[in-house]
Design a protein around this ligand. Structure first.
Ligand code: URA
Length: 240
């Protein structure tokens, strides 16, 4: 079991969880040695990190950077490709950039992002160990819901990211990500209960509430904690 540091205790309290233990910590940085909320600049103007697919990854970043495939190209400030470890075992997928993400060109850097950092930290991970991206790479005006034509226009980017990263586990943050990945329109609470795999693959997709939803509905945090532990456990089971 990881030692319960004061910071971690506070995070677990905040998530509505008293005590937590891991069966095995193979392959994962110890919670006491990691730095919280480290952020890379990947996804901003200069593509920073290559993954094992090398040139393809770089070319994908450049394509997204200059994308004009839908009307959001006109209203966005920056595209948000994603950030983190482009060879990560765990891929987190959200909905779409908000105002702060649009300004910085990085995913989950607003309030919901701070909660996401804390949630990752609580399971012994940080942003440099996972990859975080969104279904949409551009911000919908006034944070409205993504529209079907926008999801369609961005679909090939997310598919290419998944194929390139080859994650062992995907965590779908909220209904838009889950619907896009699982090709269903079930409500989140239903998808949470199921054992899902990305269609056509054996990559498990753990569905959980979007961090912004957790900010509005803190009573969902305990369920979300359960989902994170499930994702962590699947990661451990899939470690070579
Ligand atoms: N919400 C998302 O779904 N993605 C972000 O990057 C920020 C907020």
């Amino acid at each position: 079991m990881y030692p319960l540091t004061e910071l971690r205790r506070q995070i677990l309290d905040e998530m509505g969880v008293d005590v937590w233990s891991l069966r095995d910590k193979s392959g994962v940085t110890d919670v006491d040695t990691i730095q919280p909320a480290a952020r890379t600049q990947e996804g901003t103007r200069q593509p920073a990190v290559n993954n094992e697919s090398g040139a393809d990854w770089l070319s994908l970043q450049n394509t997204v950077f200059s994308c004009q495939a839908c009307k959001l190209a006109k209203s966005r400030t920056r595209t948000v490709f994603g950030s983190g470890n482009s060879n990560a075992d765990l891929l987190l997928i959200g909905e779409a950039p908000g105002a702060e993400e649009d300004r910085q060109g990085l995913p989950f850097v607003g309030k919901a992002g701070h909660l996401l950092d804390a949630m990752l930290y609580a399971i012994g991970l940080n942003r440099e160990q996972v990859f975080i991206c969104n279904v949409l790479k551009c911000r919908p005006p006034n944070n409205r819901d993504p529209q079907p034509d926008e999801v369609e226009a961005c679909a090939s980017y997310l598919t290419a990211q998944i194929e390139s990263i080859k994650p062992r586990v995907i965590l779908a943050l909220g209904r838009f990500a889950a619907h896009r990945l699982l090709e269903t329109d079930l409500p989140v609470y239903k998808m949470r209960e199921n054992s899902n795999c990305l269609p056509g693959t054996n990559i498990p997709v753990v569905v959980t509430y979007h961090p912004a939803s957790l900010l509005r509905n803190p009573e969902q945090k305990a369920e979300s904690w359960f989902d994170l532990c499930k994702a962590k456990s699947l990661l451990e089971q899939s470690s070579p």
